[in-house]
Design a protein around this ligand. Structure first.
Ligand SMILES: Cc1ncc(COP(=O)(O)O)c(C=O)c1O
Length: 376
């Protein structure tokens, strides 16, 4: 399967690409989409928008299907930050239920946005014991009747550690809080089923594990939609945007979380990768991912390299983070030798469905040579 898939990804021809939790590989069929887009611009007519809007909706519905949601439960926009801001703008933060419980392992945009909503009364409670993992018991204790939202990542961008979502969602719902999951680091490589998990909001994006470019998405639990009216909004969220008259109400589906005129190209491009992944199936992707991350763990252990990520399969996401002295410089030296990974306080090695075990061995061989050279 991997051999057949590799032919779709040009970036693999020039390097060992283990960077999918930063920027995933993009399939070559994307070029035809770009060509079509350019042809559209060359022969511009305003009614092109009809086709674009329906392709955008079709992409959103395909994302929904990929994560177990019904049509109309997903909306797209440029990035996760924009969509999280829209979620935040739905609430009035009146005490006593004005707390946002989150963790120390959020991508920096998450605490930044919640602190900004402090001016409207949001009170941020960051559950942290430091270190690479989540303090799940402390999370259980800190979620209570004062909690409006629990906002957590499915997996940490820095360490790959995964949170126990069923346990967390149960506790949150038991006390009447809603759950927002930033699943950018898992959707596309770890099974994530919004219905089975019963999450209220899920955020993700195309350009890491989803083999796409420049678009993000938000799932909203359909039963919640009628109760939510984002203040950060735009004309496309209205009930009848294409009349170009002032809206009289909100779109019934997740489009009520839209903003202004979208940039359709990124969704058109990202559809190519999404269809490819959906064709493989998330269970097969996860199985391959676990085989690859297991190989990294074995090699790290043999080389005496400390691993920052959880090692048990049920707790690790798609990435293995290695504790490497002067790691950022090592990352650059590896890149000079065509071994591509990323650095966020640890060396993040992120294989996907298009990587082979031989590539992982080649990467780990090169890393060991580099570490030897710097006398580690
Ligand atoms: C967990 C997580 N959330 C969010 C983001 C990015 O957010 P945005 O789409 O707003 O740039 C990243 C990485 O870029 C991430 O790893």
């Amino acid at each position: 399967m991997t051999t057949r898939l590799r032919a779709h990804f040009p970036v693999l021809e020039g390097c060992v690409y283990l960077n999918s939790n930063s920027t995933g590989a993009v399939p070559r069929a994307t070029e035809a989409v770009l060509g079509r887009y350019w042809q559209t611009l060359c022969a511009w007519r305003d009614d092109v928008w009809e086709g674009w809007l329906s392709e955008l909706q079709s992409y959103a519905d395909a994302v929904a299907a990929f994560i177990g949601g019904p049509p109309g439960s997903v909306v797209t926009d440029a990035n996760v930050s924009t969509l999280l801001g829209r979620i935040a703008s739905c609430f009035d933060y009146r005490p006593p239920r004005n707390r946002i419980v989150t963790t120390h392992l959020e991508f920096p945009t998450v605490p930044f946005i919640w602190r900004a909503f402090g001016r409207y009364g949001a009170e941020l409670d960051v559950v942290s014991r430091g270190g690479p993992g989540f303090d799940e018991d402390a999370l259980q204790r800190r979620i209570d009747e004062r909690t409006l939202l629990v906002c957590v990542p499915h997996a940490s961008y820095a360490t790959g550690a995964m949170i126990d979502l069923p346990r967390l969602v149960k506790r949150a719902h038991d006390v009447g809080a809603l759950v927002v999951v930033d699943a950018f680091q898992t959707i596309g490589t770890v099974p994530f089923d919004v219905a089975a998990l019963d999450v209220d909001f899920a955020l993700g994006g195309a350009h890491k594990w989803m083999c796409g470019v420049g678009t993000a998405f938000l799932y909203v639990r359909p039963q919640l939609l009628p109760t939510l009216r984002p203040a950060a909004t735009g004309w496309l969220a209205g009930d009848n945007p294409l009349t170009f008259l002032p809206a009289t109400g909100w779109a019934e589906d997740a489009r009520r979380f839209a903003g202004g005129t979208p940039f359709p190209l990124t969704a058109l491009i990202s559809r190519v990768g999404l269809d490819l992944l959906a064709g493989v199936g998330i269970d097969a992707i996860r199985e391959h991912s676990l085989r690859c991350t297991e190989r990294i763990l074995l090699r790290a252990d043999a080389a005496g390299i400390r691993v920052l990520s959880p090692t048990t399969p049920e707790h690790r996401g798609g990435v293995v983070c290695l504790d490497i002295p002067d790691g950022e410089a090592v990352k650059r030296r590896l890149a000079a030798r065509r071994m591509i990974c990323s650095w966020r306080g640890g060396l993040r090695v992120a294989p996907h469905i298009y990587n082979t075990l031989d590539e992982i061995d080649a990467f780990m061989d090169t890393l060991e040579q580099e570490l030897e050279q710097i006398g580690r």
